[in-house]
Design a protein around this ligand. Structure first.
Ligand SMILES: [Zn+2]
Ligand SMILES: [Zn+2]
Length: 267
């Protein structure tokens, strides 16, 4: 392994997002609330249920975290073939290339993601972004992903869903990913906008329904921020791909140079 690789991995491993820590009184109040909550509901691993010692933001234990596999390289979304190098074309009609950090089949990956999306545990974004940072760093170091003129665009959620969930998990993960990659890639949080609410894609089983559900649901808010760029379009999970195809088409319309569909887990 080259010396620069090792340094990069070491930096990623030891990065602590200090900007996220609250200060002063806020810290005291929060600390007290946490103390009470920890007594009532001791924190435990979302996967194996192992109890943690109190005062931790951890959601998954080290042993379970180590069981989440990391993929390498890209994938053609038409035929599913692994594409090792960025820029290599497998199927020309694909409007983006897929980059999936791990598999949705993996129970530890799935449980961590569920904690974030349905369990309202924000700190679950931490291990997810950790896996992604390692995966994206590998794409940069060994699979030709350029960092220049490359931006991360999280899939937006409609403001009605933002109100009920309280946060956009894709934006949360993207921001942590930027920090862990030491600002090597930047997030453009408002580049894409959701113009109308859609049903959850998981409720729709057939292809046509899913396509129709998301059709015309995105618009590019700031075309200048997209034109000529390589866009890492980020979503937490890839299933039928309908959402990502729709968003990617909009980005292409705004003259994105290349679109990479970056996801934490592929179903
Ligand atoms: Zn565990
Ligand atoms: Zn292909």
């Amino acid at each position: 392994m080259a010396e620069t690789d090792k340094n990069f991995k070491f930096q990623i491993k030891n990065f602590v997002p200090s900007g996220h820590l609250p200060q002063g009184d806020k810290l005291k109040i929060r600390g007290f609330c946490r103390f009470i909550l920890d007594i009532l509901f001791p924190p435990q691993c979302v996967s194996c249920g192992k109890k943690f010692e109190t005062h931790t933001e951890r959601v998954i234990c080290e042993q379970c975290f180590a069981l989440i596999p990391t993929r390498s390289g890209f994938m053609c979304l038409i035929c599913g073939r692994r594409v090792p190098q960025f820029g290599e074309v497998c199927h020309r009609e694909a409007c983006f290339i897929l980059a999936a950090a791990t598999d949705y089949k993996n129970p530890q990956a799935r449980e961590t993601l569920h904690a974030l999306k349905y369990g309202h545990i924000r700190s679950a974004a931490e291990p997810i972004s950790e896996i992604l940072a390692y995966y994206v760093a590998e794409l940069i170091l060994h699979h030709g992903l350029p960092t220049e003129n490359t931006i991360i665009v999280p899939i937006p959620i409609h403001k009605s869903r933002l109100r009920t969930r309280g946060y956009n998990q894709s934006l949360l993960i993207s921001e942590l990913l930027q920090l862990k990659l030491r600002n090597e890639l930047r997030v453009a949080p408002d580049a894409l906008m959701r113009v109308r609410p859609t049903k959850s894609q998981t409720e729709l089983k057939n292809y046509d329904e899913r396509e129709k559900n998301v059709s015309g649901s995105f618009t590019v808010r700031n075309a200048e921020s997209i034109a000529g760029k390589t866009v890492l379009l980020f979503d937490d999970v890839y299933t039928s791909g309908a959402t990502m195809r729709e968003a990617a088409r909009e980005l292409k319309r705004a003259r994105a140079r290349r679109v990479v569909g970056l996801v934490f887990a592929k179903a």
